[in-house]
Design a protein around this ligand. Sequence first.
Ligand code: CA
Length: 239
Amino acid sequence: MTARILLVEDDPALQSILTAATSFGGFESESVRTGLEALKAFERGGFDAVLMDLGLPDMDGGEVLAALRKTSDIPILVVSGRGSERDKIQALDLGADDFVAKPFLPGELLARIRAALRRHRRQGSGSDESDSASADGDRQPVRLGKLTLDPLRRSAEAEGKEVSLNDTEYKVLALLARERGSIVSRSALLEALYGDNPPKESRIVDVYISNIRKKLAGLPGGEELIGTYRGRGWMIRRT
Ligand code: CA
């Protein structure tokens, strides 16, 4: 089935480039120019991924991103000229799955879209057994001390409190859980998430870990769960 992508970009020239690139990649797309149009289109539904600019004429792109993320876990890729470290981290903090800096090569953009869709599909429901060896291939809840990770709901729960994680956050946490007691390196996490097409920004992993920590901090036993081992990686502390 052809994946359908919502393109959120106010610059007409870039909008045509995105439309042409996605069409060349075999995707269907719908273009909108403003944050409000993006929210409305999203509400109608039917999209498999979002490509969005952060500099929108009517609303802060970050707010639009956060609003989309609240109601859906489909891949959201930020395509932005604001390429500073801070902007990237902010976008990821708000729930973006990936960050593509302008100017981008259409081929790279398409590869990132395909990778994001693959990750999402693997984590979704269905009977895809091709990835059964990976952490998210296991559909059974995982116990971590007081916490229970639920792979189907992508949530962590403890003593009746629950937090939801996005696809990537869940995957990172599940990997750490599977390797509990051992330190998992940044490069191992990057490889597990992106295969042989990792983003240039390897600190993306640190952002995911930080997001997971923030979320888990709301749960009994969650705050100290992930230990940082400087220069070596992260580990689930024995619980
Ligand atoms: Ca713009």
